[in-house]
Design a binder for this molecule. Structure first.
Ligand code: NAD
Length: 339
């Protein structure tokens, strides 16, 4: 195959980063087209990235373009499932930003469509492509810390922005979804059996009535006995903070960190270092590598490293967390009808 022709759906913040990766950072991909419903948005991004790309308003037109081999979906969460299903129907490989879907019916439909079609799909669980998290996974898989007993995963965004327009339950469906996947990735083969969540609006208590939750903690019991916590907060004043820890019978592994670089400053005030204020700085390499891996999998017909099945598991934990907050009680995953 020559270069893979990629169509990008969504020309916003993440779409612009992925578009630049496809156009300029990957040798085997070509940014064939961009679609965005906001008039002029796709054209603006095209003018910055690749003048030869085609602009579409309607994602379905892009999906139906027979020159396109694969689509990258970076539109808002609630639009993902319909675009994925349409792309699978047209025989296109799919990379979709998280979450793959926002309810279990959509997730089941996607997993089934993929099983029936053998289409390759990857979900934007970028921590699986971060060097530290990958190394942690390899150590744990090879048994170097024995049996996992306690796991932690943390996401703290640097600043709560556009708080009024954050859709309900975003902290579980769009933020902690990364941590739920990370906990499964770092506890290989184990399945979650029970979830208990608490959440509040501690940064903007005035928005709690309108549905904002900006701080949350979830405990998860796994079927191999391991106990895990996932926690998130939308405003860490010291910078973007993504970390994980796995404590096992033979030791402990940590991954992630907050340093912007390896530079450390020593002066009259003591010792300090800079932190990242932006996910695209902290996770730059992981964001590029996830798409590099996707393109490589499509070209060489290899299974992707963050599948629709992985995304369905993370979604199940997110939906059970929401149910747990609503009812203020633990939720058993096998008893709970997740729809
Ligand atoms: N992996 C990560 O860590 C990470 C980080 C940020 C965002 N994301 C995800 O990326 C996705 C996009 O987030 P963003 O921050 O770029 O949002 P954004 O609002 O900046 O961009 C979304 C873009 O999609 C367009 N759009 C709206 N409806 C559409 C539709 N039906 N079809 C196609 N395009 C449509 C909008 O006009 C906008 O240009 C979300 O799912 C988000 O959760 C992932």
């Amino acid at each position: 195959m020559n270069k893979l022709n990629v169509g990008l759906i969504g020309a916003g913040r993440m779409g612009a980063f992925h578009g630049e990766t496809i156009a300029h950072r990957l040798l085997q991909a070509n940014l064939y087209a961009i679609s965005d419903p906001v008039p002029g948005a796709a054209e603006r991004l095209i003018s910055q990235l690749d003048e030869n790309s085609i602009a579409y308003i309607d994602p379905m037109e892009l999906i139906q373009d027979s020159s396109i081999d694969a689509v990258v979906i970076a539109s808002p969460a609630r639009t993902h499932a319909s675009n994925i299903l349409a792309a699978i129907k047209q025989g296109k490989a799919v990379f979709c930003e998280k979450p793959m879907a926002v309810n279990l019916k959509e997730a089941n439909d996607i997993v089934q469509a993929i099983d029936e079609s053998n289409i390759l799909m990857q979900v934007g669980f970028n921590r699986r492509f971060d060097k530290g998290f990958k190394a942690a996974h390899a150590e744990i898989t090879s048994g170097k810390i024995g049996t996992p007993q306690l796991l932690k995963s943390t996401t703290r965004d640097p600043k709560l922005m556009r708080a009024e327009s954050i859709p309900e339950w975003t902290i579980f469906l769009e933020t902690l979804i990364h941590d739920f996947d990370t906990l499964m990735y770092l506890n290989p083969g184990a399945k979650p059996i029970e979830v208990y969540a608490a959440a509040d609006a501690l940064i903007r208590p005035d928005l709690k009535e309108s549905g904002l939750l900006d701080t949350a903690i979830v405990t998860i019991k796994f079927d191999n006995g391991a106990l895990a916590t996932a926690e998130a907060n939308f405003q860490a004043v010291y910078g973007y903070d993504i970390r994980a820890e796995v404590f096992g019978s033979e030791g402990m592994i940590t991954a992630g960190g907050i340093r912007k670089s390896s530079m450390t400053r020593y002066n009259h005030n003591g010792v300090s270092f800079d932190t990242s204020r932006y996910d695209q700085d902290l996770l730059f390499d992981a964001y590029v590598d996830e798409l590099r891996s996707f393109v490589d999998c499509v070209i060489h017909n290899k299974p992707t490293l963050a599948t629709s099945e992985d995304a369905r598991w993370a979604l199940k934990i997110a939906l059970a967390s929401i149910e747990s907050v609503k009812n203020n009680c633990p939720i058993k995953l096998d008893h709970f009808v997740l729809v």
